[in-house]
Design a protein around this ligand. Sequence first.
Ligand code: F6P
Length: 412
Amino acid sequence: MTTRKPSPGKLLYAQSGGVTAVINATASAVISEARAHRIEVLAARNGILGVLNDDLLDTASLSTADVRALMHTPGGAFGSCRLKLKSLAEDRDKYVRLLETFKKHDIRYFLYNGGNDSADTALKVSALAEEFDYSLVCIGVPKTIDNDLAVTDSCPGFGSAAKYTAVSVRECALDVAAMAETSTRVFVYEVMGRHAGWLAAAAGLAARRDGDAPQVILFPEVAYDEDAFLAKVDAVVKSNGYCVVVASEGIRTASGDFVADAGGGTDSFGHTQLGGVAPYLAGRVQAVLKHKVHWAMPDYMQRSARHLASETDLAHARAVGRKAVQYALKGLNATMPVIHRVRDTPYRWTVRPAPLSDIANAEKTMPAEFISADGYGITEAARRYLQPLIRGEAYPPYGRNGLPKYLQLHFD
Ligand code: F6P
C-alpha cells in the first residue's frame, strides 16, 4: 500500500466479472460521494474493455434520481466484462492503451469494481502509471457473489445471493414436503460459487433444526463420492420422507474432475464454465434410487434477485463505494476498502483499507471448521458467520404494474 499525492482530475469507475444484485448500489455510492467532493465521474462501458476502446460514459448525464435508482437496480448498469490482461510484459501494448485513455481524459483516480482478477489488473495499472510517471490512484472495489476474496470478511453481492438461496431452499423444501407422500421425494438445488462453497453453505441457513432441509449439501471443498451421496439421500428419504440436496456447481471427484461443466469452455480468466450439476445428480438419484426428483438451477437468478436483497449486503455495497472514493482522494494507492467484522452478535462491522497485493489472484474457500464432520452440512461457526450477512430486507420500489422500478440506462 503506497500513498500517492493525487493530482486534481477525473475519476474513472468500471465494473468487472459477474455482476450482482447490489453492484450498482456501489456505483451509486461512488457517484454520490464523488459529486459531494466535486469530482467528475466517467464510467467505462463494459469494464476494462471500455477503457481499452476509449468508450467512456459521462455520469454527469445521470440525474440525482437516476443515481438513487441505481441503488435498487440489479445487473451492471455500465456493462461488465470478463477480460483478463496478462502480465505487464506480455500485454504491454494493452496497458499502454489504458494509460493513453487515462491521459486523454485527465483521469487521476481509477476505481475497478470486481473480484481478485480485477484487483490484479488494478495493481498492474498502478505499476505502469508509476513507471510512466503518470499520477494515478488505483483502487479495487470488492464484489462477488462467490464470497471468495481474501482479506475482506465478506464480499458485497454475496449476502443478497445467500439470502436468495436460503429463502428459496426453505420455500422449495415446503413444496417437496407437501408432495413427498405420493410424488416428488428428492429436490436438488444448484448454487454458483465455482471453487468456493460459501453459497452452498448459505443454503444451510434454511434449516431451523437438525434434520431440516437441506439435509445434504455438497461443497466444492469436499470430494464428491457418488456411492456415499446416494446412500445418504436414500437414508434421509427413508427416515424423513423426502430429501433436499443443495449442490455447488463446482463439486469435484477425488481425482479433481468437475462433476459437471456446462461445456462452454473457459473464459478469459481461465475459469471453466460450470453448471449442470443439479440435472446430473437428479438423473443419478432417479436411475439408481428410483425416487421421483425435481431439480432447479437458479443460475443468474441468484445473482440478480434484487427483490430479495439483504439489507446488510446493501449497506456493505454502498459503504465500499463511498470509502473507495475517500481512499482515492487521500491517495491510498493500490488498496481495496474491505469489510472488517468487529463482532458476530450483535453484528458490527467497519470498512478499512487493505493492500491490493494481498487480494489479487487469491481465492478464499470455506474453512474446514465451517463444514460438519460428515461433510454434508454446516457447523454452528458457519451459522454465526453467515447469519448477519442475510439479515434485513431492502425491497426495491414497485410500480402499479406489479413490477420493480428498475433503472435502464440508455447511452448512445
Ligand atoms: O460471479 C461469479 C460467478 O457467479 C460464478 O460463480 C459463476 O461460475 C460465474 O460467475 C458465471 O458467470 P458468467 O458465465 O456470466 O461469466
